[in-house]
Design a protein around this ligand. Structure first.
Ligand SMILES: Nc1ncnc2c1ncn2[C@@H]1O[C@H](COP(=O)(O)OP(=O)(O)OP(=O)(O)O)[C@@H](O)[C@H]1O
Length: 326
């Protein structure tokens, strides 16, 4: 069993198969002049990604997200454990034809136009010339780039957001079943991030499986079906948002007045801040409100107790004594 808390085991997407599965995957980089320094970038990493889901891998800088992705793609070799993609061991050539990859800071050839670059990539996948035109047109449509711009403008003249869209088009040229995206929103302005989110959602609608690396919690929260947290190379938990954050039937109340004895029958985990009592309701909000008089308190607010992904994430790191460098 892996060290991560796998909260998804009882509720994995029932109708689909894992398309990516890893068992105790590990990676140690050797560095230094004599290659005698070891960096353990990945430890005992076991996870499953199911067909058609958008899976978000979340973690602070240096957590090992890119290492895990590169290991899955066969770009770097694992030092321990094993993994299969689409039923084949990592590195399998046939599988490479069926997956797409958008690297973090992808290098695209400056002196080509987007059209020429996509033709080049299509050629690498041996897509017949006749089909290339249709495929590139479809992809430019999907990522929101005008054909006229794509045919005329050299990539060195593109903005970061436009380059990222060309990068996305190249990742999709072979109509992949699984798309691996390494920090696809990084460095984009709000409009660029919005566009990228829309593209990912349209891929999801086409039934593609998406593996998404990010340290931007709001992107993950909006897009992903399931999430895994990686910190210092270890998967510390994985599951759906509901499984990780809890389904929202617990309520947190804030009241003014009253005292710990009068509130105790109704609220638990009572704390006092700024002359107000904070606590979790033991009963339905309606029942509490209708008995408020008996507590001698007045109501300030009631809200769902579910933490945000950010609060959850920070708590997970604190519990493990992991500090995030700013
Ligand atoms: N080729 C390499 N040689 C040596 N160390 C490496 C190599 N690649 C990554 N590392 C180290 O492995 C650790 C994990 O790096 P990785 O890039 O996988 O993290 P990350 O979560 O993707 O970070 P970021 O969010 O900053 O991209 C870091 O300590 C990094 O310095």
């Amino acid at each position: 069993m892996d060290s991560a808390t796998d909260l998804s085991s009882n509720s994995s997407p029932k109708d689909s198969m894992p398309v990516v599965q890893t068992w105790n995957l590990g990676k140690v980089y050797r560095t230094g002049f004599w290659m005698n320094q070891k960096i353990e970038s990945l430890k005992n990493c076991s996870l499953s990604i199911y067909q058609g889901e958008t899976f978000g891998l979340l973690g602070p800088n240096g957590a090992g997200k890119t290492t895990l992705l590169k290991t899955l793609l066969g770009i770097t070799r694992p030092s321990a454990g094993r993994a299969v993609i689409l039923g084949k061991p990592i590195g399998d050539r046939g599988v490479k034809q069926r997956i797409g990859y958008l690297p973090e800071n992808a290098y695209l050839y400056d002196f080509l136009t987007a059209w020429e670059f996509l033709e080049f990539i299509a050629g690498l996948f041996q897509i017949p010339k006749k089909k290339q035109r249709q495929r590139i047109t479809e992809l430019l449509d999907l990522v929101g780039l005008a054909q006229s711009t794509a045919r005329k403008k050299k990539l060195k003249q593109y903005s970061k957001g436009m380059l990222q869209r060309v990068g996305m088009a190249q990742a999709l040229i072979n109509d992949p079943e699984i798309v691996f995206l390494d920090e696809p929103m990084s460095g984009l302005d709000p409009m660029g991030r919005y566009r990228m989110r829309e593209i990912v959602l349209s891929l999801k609608q086409q039934g593609k499986t998406i593996f998404f690396n990010s340290h931007i919690l709001s992107d993950i929260e909006q897009i992903c079906d399931r999430i895994a947290f990686l910190a210092l190379g270890e998967l510390i938990c994985q599951g759906s948002l509901d499984e990780l954050l809890g389904t929202s039937n617990a309520y947190q109340a804030i009241v003014r007045g009253g005292n710990s004895e009068s509130l105790a029958p109704w609220m638990t985990n009572l704390t006092r801040e700024n002359n107000r009592w904070h606590g979790q309701l033991k009963v339905e909000p309606n029942l509490f409100v209708s008995h408020l008089d008996s507590t001698e308190a007045s109501l300030v607010s009631i809200h769902l107790a579910r933490p945000s992904l950010e609060e959850f994430f920070m708590q997970q790191l604190r519990e493990r004594g992991i500090e995030i460098s700013r």
